[in-house]
Design a protein around this ligand. Structure first.
Ligand SMILES: [Zn+2]
Length: 228
C-alpha cells in the first residue's frame, strides 16, 4: 500500500474522522495542519519567529505558508524516516500548496507512494451536515447529522452533553462552503487527477460505509476516477 495518503473533501465530508481512523488502522502518522498550529500555540519553548508568524496569522494579517510547510514537513520527516506512512488531513488548500507537497514527496523519493482520495459530498449535504451536526465540548467527538443521531444528546465516548458548535451558524457555514466547497477544491482534485493519483469514494453514506470504501481504495486502488 502507498505511504502517503491525502484525504480531500468539503467541510462535513468526514475526512477528518476518516483520516484518524486510517492512521490508527495502518499505524500511519496523522498530519493535520490545524493540530500542528495548535501544538505550536501551546508550545512554550517553540522558535520565537514561528510564534510571531502564528500570532500574525491568528490576527488575520498573514497566511504563513512557509510556516505551515515547515511544521508539516518536519512532522512528516519523523514518520517517513522511521519507515511509517502518513495521512494528510486538510493540509492542502490550493494547487500551489499541492505542488509544494508533491515537491517534498519527490525529494523524499516517494513520488510513486502518493494516493489522493476525494471523499465526495455535495455542497447541499455539506450544508445540512454542518448545520445539524453536534460536537462534544469535552472530548471533541463529532456526531454527524443523521435522522437517528438527531435525537442523541449525550456523547457516546464520554457521556458529556453534546452541543451544536458556535461557529456552525448558517451564515458562517455558507461562507465556509464558498471558500472550501466543491468549486474551491476542484482545481486541487484536477491537479491530482492530472498526475493520475486521484481516487474517489462517495461520502454520502454512513461513516462506517465510507470507511470501508476508503480501505478498499487503499488496499486495492480501485474506483479510479479519471473523467472529471
Ligand atoms: Zn465526549
Amino acid at each position: 500500500m502507498k505511504k502517503i495518503i491525502i484525504l480531500m473533501g468539503v467541510p462535513g465530508s468526514g475526512k477528518g474522522t476518516q483520516a484518524k481512523k486510517i492512521a490508527k488502522k495502518y499505524n500511519y502518522g496523522h498530519i493535520s495542519t490545524g493540530d500542528l498550529l495548535r501544538a505550536l500555540d501551546n508550545n512554550q519553548s517553540a522558535d520565537p519567529e514561528d510564534k510571531k508568524k502564528l500570532a500574525e496569522m491568528k490576527a488575520g494579517r498573514l497566511v504563513a505558508d512557509d510556516l505551515i510547510y515547515k511544521l508539516a514537513f518536519r512532522e512528516m520527516d519523523g514518520y517517513l524516516d522511521a519507515g511509517r506512512g502518513v495521512v494528510l488531513d486538510g493540509a492542502i488548500r490550493n494547487v500551489e500548496q499541492a505542488k509544494k507537497y508533491q515537491e517534498y514527496f519527490v525529494g523524499k523519493k516517494l513520488k510513486d507512494e502518493v494516493l489522493a482520495i476525494e471523499v465526495a459530498l455535495s455542497d447541499g449535504s455539506s450544508y445540512n451536515r454542518l448545520t445539524k451536526r453536534k460536537v462534544c465540548p469535552v472530548c471533541g467527538f463529532i456526531l454527524p447529522y443523521s435522522p437517528e443521531n438527531e435525537l442523541k444528546m449525550d456523547c457516546p465516548e464520554c457521556n458529556a452533553k453534546l452541543i451544536v458548535r458556535a461557529d456552525d451558524n448558517p451564515e458562517t457555514i455558507k461562507k465556509r462552503i464558498i471558500e472550501q466547497g466543491n468549486q474551491a477544491i476542484k482545481p486541487i482534485l484536477d491537479y491530482y487527477a492530472g498526475l493520475g493519483l486521484l481516487f474517489k469514494v462517495d461520502g454520502e453514506p454512513a461513516i462506517k460505509e465510507v470507511e470501508r470504501e476508503i480501505e478498499r481504495v487503499i488496499d486495492n486502488q480501485e474506483l479510479v476516477i479519471s473523467d472529471e
